[in-house]
Design a protein around this ligand. Structure first.
Ligand SMILES: [Zn+2]
Length: 223
């Protein structure tokens, strides 16, 4: 499998099959990477300077499939694993996915995946509830910025299962928690995630912090 690795720590040195257009791409990626790392370090209160994440560009759908060892869907364009973000080459973005390309959305996408790596430092591999993890990444990356939910009706079903509503409703759910109750309370929850192994435990901690179990009534009362 051919991958172009543009590790922002040493852009130019680790790029395989480097061409002129890769140079331009490296700069663009490096700029997003540095900006996102700065913003995320501020948000999470972590000064991540050593062993920073690598960015791996996957050229096309075939490379994404090869990497995952399965056929992937056309909406699967980026993921965070171990200490790296894997992302579909922006040059082939529209051809190889169901999305329209824009620099701004690509920037948010990369920041979304980097958010997962920061979150992992706290969650220590506990990815539940999924709506909270994905909602946080959507919110912090700004992907929920222009989206408004009129009524929450679905995201709480997504404790362990995956699906679209994780992103749309989950992002807005975390956003209202942040806006109504502030960052400190949100961080109490984030810092406890690693020890909350079940939905019952999560709901109890959530109630301790926010005064109510996570319910649609509760979230709808906030919008
Ligand atoms: Zn995600």
């Amino acid at each position: 499998m051919k991958v172009t690795i543009t590790s922002p720590r040493s852009v130019g040195k680790t790029t395989i099959s480097k061409t002129k257009s890769d140079d331009k791409q490296d700069k663009f990626i490096e700029e997003i990477f540095e900006q996102s790392m700065k913003e995320l370090s501020d948000f999470f209160g972590i000064n991540w300077t050593r062993n920073r994440p690598a960015i791996v560009i996957l050229k096309n759908r075939q490379e994404i499939n090869d990497f995952n060892r399965e056929k992937t869907e056309d909406w699967e364009v980026a993921f965070a694993r171990n200490n790296a973000v894997y992302i579909l080459d922006r040059k082939n973005f529209e051809k190889e996915s169901c999305y329209k390309y824009s620099d701004d959305e690509y920037r948010k996408l990369l920041k979304h995946e980097l958010t997962h790596l920061y979150y992992n430092l706290f969650s220590k591999g506990n990815h539940y509830p999924k709506w909270f993890e994905e909602g946080l990444a959507v919110f912090i990356s700004g992907q929920s910025k222009d989206k408004k939910v009129k009524k929450f009706t679905k995201f709480l079903d997504y404790f362990k299962k995956g699906g679209e509503h994780l992103y749309s409703e989950g992002g807005c759910a975390v956003k209202v928690l942040f806006e109504k109750f502030g960052k400190d309370k949100l961080f109490i929850l984030i810092k406890n995630i690693s020890s909350l192994k079940s939905e019952v435990q999560f709901n109890k901690k959530f109630e301790d912090i926010y005064g109510s179990k996570p319910s649609y009534d509760f979230f709808n009362s906030l919008i």
